[in-house]
Write a protein that binds this ligand. Sequence first.
Ligand SMILES: [Zn+2]
Length: 492
Amino acid sequence: MIRLFNTLSGKVEPFDPISPGVVKLYTCGPTVYDYQHIGNYRAYVFEDLLKRFLRFSGFKVTHVMNITDVDDKTIRGANAKGISLEEYTRPFIEAFRNDLQTLDILPADHYPRATEHVREMVGIIKILLEKGFAYKRDGSVYFAIDKYPSYGRLSKINLEDLRPGSRGDADEYEKESVHDFALWKAPKEGEPVWEAEIGPGRPGWHIECSAMSSKYLGRTFDIHCGGVDNIFPHHENEIAQSEAANGVKFVNYWLHCHHLVVDGEKMAKSKGNFYTLGDVLAKGYDPREVRFLLLSTHYRKMLNFSFEALEQARAGRNRIRDFLVDLRAVKQEGPASDEVTKLIGAARAGFVAGLEDDLNISEAMAQLFGLIKRANKLLAKSAASLSDARNLAEFVADIDAKILGIKPTDVYLKVDPARTEQTVSEIGLKVDVSGDVGPEILALLNERQSARAAKDFKRADEIRKELLGQGILLEDTKDGQVRWKKVGPPKS
Ligand SMILES: [Zn+2]
């Protein structure tokens, strides 16, 4: 049974979908006025983990992520450049899609754009006007929050702070200024205008998500996600609009992921600590290392992004890779042992139980690394058979393919792309070890062995470093032999 923390109830609850085996999921997508920063990707990676785990647990998931291509910020940006909204948002949408792929975030089933759903938004606003939840003022339409008594349920805001009759046009505002918000904004100089039955104008931000979620998922659906920033006013307003118009519950489970800070500070362009995904990758990191870092802090905890933390993510991912490499070296024929079979069974159960507990990724990863530690001890004693090695590798590959998506074996493919195809080993993984190193490297290996035999440790060490520069890591065994494996070249 999966349990999730529901912002609406403030409690961890058992997850029970509306239709058995099916999950309808809506996640607030990007406002495409700029390139997305790594803080945005933290939310998208969390949502990807949720979706992958729901699928792993047997649910069929329908996922909708909107693209906000009309709001205060996109209009401001387009006007500053003197180009159309469409021209202005296009490159940001493209970059966003590329980044999702780069981070191995599974695509949503639908990416509806706000500008293509204005008709649906107008439909909801009309109902709100008819039912008396909205009113017109100076060509705009506002939602009257005093007509909707349960306003504030999600964000737990104190409605006594409310100044009656106050209203605002801005899409984003603070809790301190809770007020009637704009559903439809009267035409303004330099803003796009849609002709509609409710009068000419353009939609506010919040109505976009109410319209697009219900169109693709129905009036009531299972899970709505976003960052904690979205709780107020965005999600509060979505609930008010949808429930007032439809007369039914909007969403059963609200999941919000916490902020990402950089070196303990809120990310801001003015502070110079603002990173896009491209900025981070340009520093020499693999996108899967970034994914691993974003994934590995529980979604309800603040994530402190730093390059030191990214180094730790790299080390963690490399530890998994090294384990797969060592498994590849097992040659001893034989059946699977009870001991290893039990270890795998316990690790799998623990991994799943961790994620079932409100996506406790720390617990899940602890299970995986615990298994690696125990299995490494058996490998060191040559106490694992080829069948054991195969089962261990398959377990790691399976949870990586289905849930983690950090592809620990990719490192090898990077070192030598020409070997991609021939490195499919008998344990079914693309792990490149031993075998043919080429004559030059073999000569160096032999020279080093001779140097060691002659106790010329200085030369032996030089060769070790030289090979590491080429991505070849040497390990001297107790019996005087040398083992090698390919690794990503060290950072220069
Ligand atoms: Zn939204």
